[in-house]
Design a protein around this ligand. Sequence first.
Ligand SMILES: [Zn+2]
Length: 188
Amino acid sequence: MLSQFLQKLLFVDQFGIADGKITLLGHRQIMLHASALLELQEIDESMIYNIVKKSSFNNINGAVEHAKVYKRIKNVIVNELAQIGQKIGRNDEGAIKTLESFFDIYGLGMMKIVNLDNQKNEASVEIKDSTIAGEWIEKNHKKSRSSVCTLTAGVLAGMFSYIFGKDVDCVEEKCRAKGNDYCLFEIA
Ligand SMILES: [Zn+2]
């Protein structure tokens, strides 16, 4: 099954796979095995980027592993959405639906926004079946001491920075790799 969003993009010639090219809204994509992305993110041993210090994260005990990966991915997403922004709008219900559909086709898992506060620029997102966490468990056969979905946190940070029109960060509070039932991301 192909997501309705992709079917729509396919119909207006904004998604295609042919001749060694995957194109999405005019940009080339690369499809890699999830384990490849897990390995790439784990190369980054940069110090834990402690965003608890930020006042908006007062109540959250989270931190971000693989700080360089997180920051770069966040920037990439912010730039990507700035480029295609006119096509999707910002901050209204329709735009958020579109961004959810976008997130789906990244293949990182299915996101569910469980809290969205446009006044405070805060959000909470659950991901039930995180691809990165799944790969981590398969590779390590044990529970992780920290959350492992750095790529996902970076994508969400970029996405919500776009939605709020303000620079926000994302911390993964719960992670399936830690033994939680789902991954929970707090954005502020
Ligand atoms: Zn996770």
